[in-house]
Design a protein around this ligand. Structure first.
Ligand SMILES: C[S@@+](CC[C@H](N)C(=O)[O-])C[C@H]1O[C@@H](n2cnc3c(N)ncnc32)[C@H](O)[C@@H]1O
Length: 325
């Protein structure tokens, strides 16, 4: 299958790499710092993610982090997508908001698909470091905004977007931008934070976010590191006493439901710090009702093949899969 060319999303003209820049025929230049095309430099609202993924580049990636040897990223990718490895040979997959590249890595290690991943933050540097072996062979990375994806429309066999949409400025417009990139009969798979009921936003996370998201990244991280042990202990005490209903008011991530259950104590602390930073620092955090997103996609040329929760060991994700008509 033919590879897909990188374009300048502002005029649709092909970008060619020259030395360490990417240039179109009109002479428009994009930096290629670290040999990654930097199409987007303006989405400063995701700087927190760049900071987070470069600090914790390997935390969620290496298999050695898992005491029982189960690679939770592999499990999650294949359960959420329902893909069979052999169906992916040579196809073109677009991955939106790739972070430090945990899912990029699963695709690259397990399939021979061509993968085009982008993220609006400099998390792409962490992704490159994690997946260097594949870089520019069948793996094409760019620092790009979901608002201006640097590939032509109707090109991709599959589009995935995991853990991203609730953090974008325009949740629904972002979905349309992804659908535009799919070929007719191509498949889109997204996951996002769900609204489960009126209580979804009654938690330490949503009470403290208006304040904590405004702190400088390093101050917030220090605060979380300083308090992590106390809150982890408190979480487990509440859990042991059957007071699970109260754990949502402890200002750390939901250990039992959001983290793999096979982490060593040191790794658990590292994941808690990362996930707690990830919950307080984003500028946008807009959970959605699965039924509403499903309806929206149906109204935007997608035939839904699945909409609901996918269970991955002790965790669950709100997932929608569909095919472009
Ligand atoms: C919670 S992280 C998830 C990363 C990765 N998908 C994973 O699951 O490990 C969300 C990512 O979405 C990226 N992101 C948020 N808004 C974006 C946008 N407008 N365009 C591209 N990426 C965006 C962030 O920079 C961040 O790396």
């Amino acid at each position: 299958m033919n590879k897909i060319s990188l374009i300048n999303p502002y005029n649709n003209k092909k970008l060619i790499q020259k030395n360490n820049n990417f240039i179109d025929e009109d002479g428009n230049i994009f930096s290629g710092k670290n040999y990654i095309p930097r199409i987007n430099n303006s989405t400063s609202y995701t700087n927190n993610f760049g900071y987070q993924w470069n600090k914790f580049a390997e935390t969620q990636i290496l298999k050695k982090n898992y005491s029982d040897g189960i690679d939770i990223n592999n499990l999650r990718l294949f359960q959420q997508t329902s893909w069979k490895k052999d169906d992916l040979k040579g196809i073109n997959i677009l991955e939106a908001g790739s972070g430090a590249g945990r899912f990029s890595r699963v695709i690259l290690e397990n399939t021979s698909a061509n993968l085009y991943s982008f993220d609006s933050s400099n998390a792409v540097d962490a992704n490159k470091k994690n997946n260097l072996t594949f870089f520019n062979k069948n793996f094409f990375l760019s620092q790009s905004d979901i608002e201006n994806i640097p590939y032509k429309n109707n090109m991709f066999d599959k589009v995935i977007c995991f853990g991203v949409l609730q953090h974008t400025k325009y949740f629904y417009k972002s979905i349309n931008n992804l659908i535009d990139k799919l070929k007719p009969e191509g498949e889109i798979i997204i996951d996002f934070y769900p609204i489960n009921g009126f209580w979804t936003k009654i938690s330490a996370k949503y009470i403290l976010r208006p304040l904590l998201k405004r702190l400088p990244n390093n101050t917030l991280l220090k605060l979380i590191e300083y308090s992590a042990n106390t809150f982890i202990n408190l979480y487990f005490i509440f859990n042991k006493l059957g007071l699970n209903i109260l754990t949502r008011f402890i200002p750390i991530c939901d250990i039992k439901n959001a983290l793999p259950d096979n982490l060593s104590p040191e790794k658990l602390r590292e994941w808690v710090i990362l996930d707690t930073f990830d919950m307080f620092s984003p500028k946008y955090d807009n959970p959605q009702k699965i039924s509403k997103v499903k309806k929206y996609m149906e109204n935007n040329n997608i035939e839904i093949t699945f909409a609901g929760f996918v269970k991955i060991k002790n965790m669950k994700s709100a997932v929608i899969r569909g095919i472009k008509k």
